[in-house]
Design a protein around this ligand. Sequence first.
Ligand code: SF4
Ligand code: SF4
Length: 445
Amino acid sequence: MWDKLSFSHGVHPPEHKDQSSGVPIRRMPFPEEIVLPLRQHAGKPARLLVKVGDRVERGDKIAEADGFVSVPIHSSAAGDVVGIGWWPHPDGSMAEAVRVKVEKFSPQIPRPRVIPLWEGLDPKQVVAAVQKGGVVGLGGAAFPTHVKLLPPKDVPIEVLLVNGAECEPFLTTDHRTMIEFPDRVWFGVRIMMKALGVERAVIGIEKNKPDAIEILEKTKPKDLNADVQGLYVKYPQGAEKMLIKAVTGREVPSGKLPMHVGAVVQNVGTVACIAEIFETGLPLIERVVTVTGPGVNKPQNLIVPVGAKFRDILEFCGGIKENVTEVLSGGPMMGAAQPDLDAPATKGVTGIVVLTENESRPRTVYPCISCGHCLDACPMFLNPSLMGKLAQTAEYQEMTERANLWDCMLCGACSYVCPSNIPLSQMFGMAKYQLGRMRRKEDAA
Ligand code: SF4
Ligand code: SF4
């Protein structure tokens, strides 16, 4: 069962990881101001707890989880709340956000806090501590982690799959985390196995990271029933359903979730983040971000305070070059182009990739020539060509009924191979957004 190391279809974009894969993680200094959007996770945005003029310390809660599929948000720096209002979000939209002017000479010491002793907690208490820590998936989707750790009682989970594939070109956040903090990764695996009550874990890593595979194999605790599994290098190997197929051979049926085939998938950065919560008691207030691409002067892997603006992060990396055409939040396959560099690095920002003309996609879009390349690329066996035509005429409902839009994971493989430069995955993302809006309007009526 464990010998199938990849999935069908997919693409092989150039990896472009050399600029930052050998650069050790370092900490970015605190900027003058941080901006904390209330919508940093999938699900309901957090509920505001502060007002303009309030003083906050590093790690203080500034917004409360609003329901089960929601997490709190904490200040990543000590300072004063100087504004609450709409602000550019790294997904390209605007979102309500809290602005904190960082106290210049503060030692940034968090308030004393109780560090939960995970061995003494039952699985429910572990999960509650994870939600309290504001943890979301750090691989980009930002889904609240505690929700995945609480599957329904009648759905048995057999295996925890840790996603160390990092298949997006350019990004090296997970790679560096695995190399530099292997013990932390294993500690996080141990805690998650306890929370889920599973006997087995597998860390899946693409074979283009042999150093990460080696160090995790060397540091694996002897008493843990866990494996490190090298995987073929293919995009999108790190998508949940692709990872499950590669490691277990199981296929997640249309409309179902990983738990329906007995698996829970967590990004390796998320696993390390959970370990940190039980090491320090601090919530999720900083994360590793890869800043790279031919358009940035000093590519780096940085620990960034959540809420630091793209502009400040890029400045710390020596600024951007004159011939820059695009700044992306995330990688070139799934990332979002940034119209405004005042957008902050939220919990879900894996990287900042700065492109020049050579790497940017051509802007001229031609009509579909029915070549079928997108069908061959789609790992979900969808028909992106048909979906694209329906999206052009705003037939969103038809996209779900005739083309299974909801199975599309917006991986961008179809856009990547399209010779007509049709931005297929962006169109599908927009269709999902519009359908969501229509649904919310119907619910409110
Ligand atoms: S974006 Fe959607 S349709 Fe396109 S390849 Fe990925 S899963 Fe298939
Ligand atoms: S790859 Fe582009 S041109 Fe070819 S069938 Fe798909 S949408 Fe049409």
